[in-house]
Design a protein around this ligand. Structure first.
Ligand SMILES: [Fe+2]
Ligand SMILES: [Fe+2]
Length: 522
């Protein structure tokens, strides 16, 4: 008898279970996203060094910097550096350098609310092409010994670097796998270009902690080359009338200070072997930077010229055109025959090029010769749709694109050949091309995307938005004729189980809540 009861109860539970996981139209309810929670303690500084990040100076054959964080109690700090050897006691040859220590008092900044000390050291007069080991600490508490290699003076050796677009969202959750896959693909990468929007909220300590945690010792071992995006600018307080650069930026990065006045460490350049790479701050002072970039491109005799900034000259997504910025910069890049431009901002992937001849897109000309190649890429977890008409109307040709795909890029230069490869977060080759220098001629262009996997779009990948069952969509659209469903979020919590739906008709917008049976609740 008891057994029968137990079976009956189980059946009831099973039946209810069935009811709970299914909506009114027999549809299985989608899984819901719940952001992970973090204790406040998780992002707080301690007396032990954390957030250790390496960068290079203008000449990475002879100079590098390291920056790290502790509590404000640690007011004197040091870095030690030695030529690394296989014998463990290489520290016998170490030099101890006193750090520059600055207090970061962000106790009154919304989202930051922290007091910390940041410490930094420039390593100068290093020997080229040499593996060094360094550690940071306060004389008692030390980091591990961390190795990096200075650039060779020789220009013809092959070297590689990584480039990533917006990290910005789901940083710890999803950027971690991307950057670690990038490291596995290119463990010898000399530096990492971060093309802006490293975080979503400029001053947010939690998000910066995620950025440092996701990259871990990769940040300490491979030089960072970061430039700020629009998300690195935000008001410092509700009363502030202007957006300010992330309060953390200048504390936690130590970068070449060779940029235009007032934009130090947000616009700067570095000469790595036979390449000059220039970072621009596309958020501000455009005219000043146009003048400056023209000058630093004129002054170099480096064979390869690469420029990186956040807002793309040719947008990957609709409604995000940066016309004034393009009209200002493109003639300068054309004039100096910039080889490659690395950008972010659009949360999708687009790679294409302009004609090597002034403003003429000529199919025959473009087949194996090219002007500047422009790339937009995204590395974090937020995804936008592609521009409907590719790069039509831009006087540029888009050759390859992706939606809904986290990507990193490996760029290798060996003498007169640059090889560009874009990889997905699971390590598949997504895009590739080579540029070859030809004396007195435009770059030879070698399309290699036939080596890559099929193109990825929202239509052939896992849905990014929560799906709205067809029956519910029809029901809603019959009540709101002429509208289109533009966003769906499925919610399943104590207060509400159902769909939050955004409808758009031109300028008109409606936000609805629907229960799983399609009943409109407000
Ligand atoms: Fe972004
Ligand atoms: Fe952006």
């Amino acid at each position: 008898m008891e057994l029968v009861m137990a079976i009956k109860c189980k059946l009831i539970v099973l039946l209810f279970g069935f009811v709970v996981i299914n909506g009114g139209f027999g549809q299985e309810l989608p899984r819901t996203y719940k952001a992970p929670e973090f204790d406040l303690e998780w992002r707080k500084p301690t007396n032990h060094p954390d957030r250790i990040v390496l960068s290079y100076g203008e000449d990475p054959a002879t100079s590098a910097s390291v920056t790290w964080r502790t509590t404000a109690e640690i007011d004197t700090a040091y870095a030690e550096i030695a030529m690394a050897t296989a014998a463990p006691k290489f520290w016998r040859n170490a030099k101890t350098l006193k750090a520059v220590t600055n207090t970061f008092d962000a106790t009154n900044i919304n989202g930051a609310e922290v007091l910390a000390n940041y410490h930094s050291v420039w390593f100068t007069d290093l020997q080229s092409n040499t593996t060094y080991a360094y550690r940071v600490g306060d004389g008692k508490r030390w980091s591990e010994w961390i190795q990096f290699k200075t650039a060779p003076k020789e220009n013809k050796d092959k070297f590689s670097f990584l480039y990533v677009g917006d990290t910005q969202n789901f940083i710890l959750e999803l950027w971690s796998r991307l950057i670690r896959e990038g490291y596995k693909k290119a463990p010898d990468a000399k530096f990492i270009v971060h093309a802006g929007d490293l975080v979503n909220n400029a001053h947010n300590e939690q998000q910066w902690q995620e950025w440092f945690d996701a990259g871990g010792w990769i940040h300490a071992s491979i030089g960072a080359f970061p430039i700020p995006g629009n998300h690195e600018y935000q008001n410092l307080s509700p009363e502030a009338t202007e957006r300010s650069l992330s309060a953390q930026w200048e504390h936690q990065f130590t970068l070449p200070e060779n940029g235009p006045e007032g934009l130090e460490e947000t616009a700067y350049y570095m000469d790595y072997q036979n390449m000059r790479i220039i970072g621009l701050n596309s958020n501000t002072d455009h005219e000043k930077q146009a003048e400056w970039v023209d000058k630093v491109l004129s002054e170099t005799d480096k064979e390869w010229k690469v420029v990186t900034f956040h807002h793309p000259l040719f947008s990957a997504s609709d409604g995000r055109d940066n016309k004034e910025w393009r009209e200002l910069m493109k003639p300068i890049f054309d004039k100096h025959k910039v080889d490659l431009v690395l950008q972010g901002h659009d949360h999708s992937y687009a790679r294409g090029r302009v004609s090597p001849n002034e403003n003429v897109l000529d199919g025959v000309n473009m087949r194996d010769k090219t002007g500047t190649v422009y790339v937009v890429s995204v590395s974090g977890g937020k995804m936008y749709g592609l521009r409907k008409n590719a790069w039509d109307g831009y006087d540029a040709e888009r050759d390859r694109a992706a939606e809904n795909t986290q990507l990193f890029q490996v760029i290798s230069i060996e003498d007169d050949r640059l090889s560009f490869e874009s990889y997905t977060a699971v390590g598949e080759l997504y895009d590739a091309f080579d540029l070859v220098k030809k004396e007195g001629l435009p770059n030879e262009f070698v399309e290699r995307n036939s080596e890559a996997i099929a193109e990825r779009r929202f239509s052939n990948t896992i849905p990014y938005q929560d799906p709205l069952p067809k029956e519910l969509e029809q029901l809603v659209l019959s009540k709101y004729p002429g509208f289109q469903v533009s966003r769906v979020t499925f919610v399943n919590d104590k207060e509400f189980t159902g769909y939050k739906v955004r409808l758009d008709k031109g300028e008109e917008r409606k936000e609805l809540s629907l229960d799983v049976n399609g009943k409109i609740l407000d």
